[in-house]
Write a protein that binds this ligand. Structure first.
Ligand SMILES: Nc1ncnc2c1ncn2[C@@H]1O[C@H](COP(=O)(O)OP(=O)(O)OP(=O)(O)O)[C@@H](O)[C@H]1O
Ligand SMILES: [Mg+2]
Length: 256
């Protein structure tokens, strides 16, 4: 097992409210990890602390950089710095250029990793290295058949695949997914679950997700973290976490 992301006593306070309260967790590269919890539990805030959108008011975040062997302290860094280090985020921000083809979108995301300036000519002209890298990702994600389709014309399921493909463009060590199956039908959901599972196994990228659909959570997760009132109330394998009394109460309490 390799720890790819680690928080220690992570805290975010908004005035009197502790939205994330002393959360210490180490994410393992072998696992697909889901973060769940009732509304207002602190999931989005936790993500924002990891990705640098919000600064913690306490604690630390460490990340195993892409291709690195030692955890690096990323606490308080700017989002683009954290992204460059190897943590990327899909679905929250719409990164897709609707007017470009699938392949062109992936080439653009790749350029940012290679530390090249976004010069539109390098996208438009035949750049073999870039195209090869883009095709590797296209094959990984299974977008071969729509590779030259303009993104505006893709199905919802394929668009979401493109978002995953874009997040992979930078060769990240960790990808944070926000509700990857939101708005999908049963078939698309099943495919997305399989895709995330395959990618976690086949690539050096580790996937962490938030998800409201408990069916998806139970199917996809090797490990579940449960937040409630900003605190980490459970952490472990799905079966165990679901039997946890505090977790049951948090969920029933939320619905009651
Ligand atoms: N910018 C902010 N300023 C003040 N309070 C905030 C801010 N962002 C979040 N909060 C509060 O922090 C708590 C955690 O919110 P957060 O959005 O992280 O929860 P969540 O688990 O993502 O909820 P949901 O399931 O509804 O998306 C909530 O009480 C929320 O009102
Ligand atoms: Mg949220």
């Amino acid at each position: 097992m390799t720890t790819v992301l680690e928080t220690d006593g992570l805290e975010r306070r908004f005035g009197k409210l502790l939205a994330v309260d002393d959360v210490s967790v180490a994410i393992d590269s072998d696992d697909v990890t889901s973060i769940i919890g009732p509304n207002g539990a602190g999931k989005t805030t936790f993500y924002n602390l990891l990705s640098g959108r919000l600064k913690p008011t306490g604690g630390t975040v460490k990340l195993l950089p892409s291709g690195g062997t030692e955890l690096a302290d990323i606490t308080g860094m700017e989002p683009f710095e954290i992204n460059n280090k190897g943590l990327s985020r899909a679905f929250q921000i719409n990164n897709i250029f609707e007017g470009l083809s699938v392949t062109d979108n992936i080439r653009v995301s790749r350029i940012s990793r290679d530390d090249r300036t976004l010069d539109i000519r390098s996208v438009a002209r035949e750049d073999e290295g870039l195209t090869e890298a883009a095709w590797e990702i296209i094959e990984l994600v299974g977008l071969e058949e729509v590779a030259e389709t303009q993104c505006a014309n893709l199905s919802h399921g394929d668009k979401r695949k493109v978002e995953i493909a874009l997040s992979l463009g930078t060769d990240p060590s960790v990808v944070l997914l926000d509700e990857p199956t939101a708005g999908m039908n049963a078939t698309e959901t099943e495919k997305m679950v399989d895709l995330i599972d395959d990618l976690n196994r086949q690539t050096d990228t580790t996937f962490v997700l938030t998800e409201h659909d408990m069916g998806v959570v139970l199917e996809i997760s090797d490990r579940i973290l449960v937040l409630d009132g900003g605190e980490l109330i459970a952490d472990g394998e799905p079966e165990k976490v679901m039997q946890n009394e505090q977790v049951r109460e948090a969920y029933l309490g939320g619905e009651a």
